[in-house]
Design a protein. Structure first.
Length: 101
């Protein structure tokens, strides 16, 4: 797991990591980034355990829809009606494509 798309690219192309299962199977994930990075102390960090569960154990967390989780969070805590394109950007985890306002 890494905090941005460029970090993911570096991990996936690093020859020293080429034999790591996550790299071989392209399963290096980027932590979501909305108003702030989810993997550090922030309000949005409260959604990280759900995202981790859904990412690492999709069979156990099949009932969780992260798009709904993000939409409800932004509505409740930011009073912001986030659209589906913005949600996709947040879940992609790149500060350059996420919510940066």
């Amino acid at each position: 797991m890494t905090s941005n798309q460029s970090g993911r690219a570096k991990i996936l192309t690093d020859p020293a990591l080429s034999q790591v299962d996550a790299v071989k199977n392209s399963r290096v994930h980027v932590t979501p980034y909305g108003v702030y990075l989810w993997s550090v102390r922030s309000g949005e960090g409260s959604m990280l355990p759900l995202w981790l569960g859904k990412t690492m154990y999709p069979d156990l967390f099949g009932d969780i829809d992260m798009k709904d989780v993000v939409k409800n969070f932004f509505n409740k805590y930011y009073n912001y009606d986030i659209d589906s394109e913005e949600i996709d950007k947040v879940l992609a985890g790149d500060a350059n494509t996420g919510m940066t306002r």
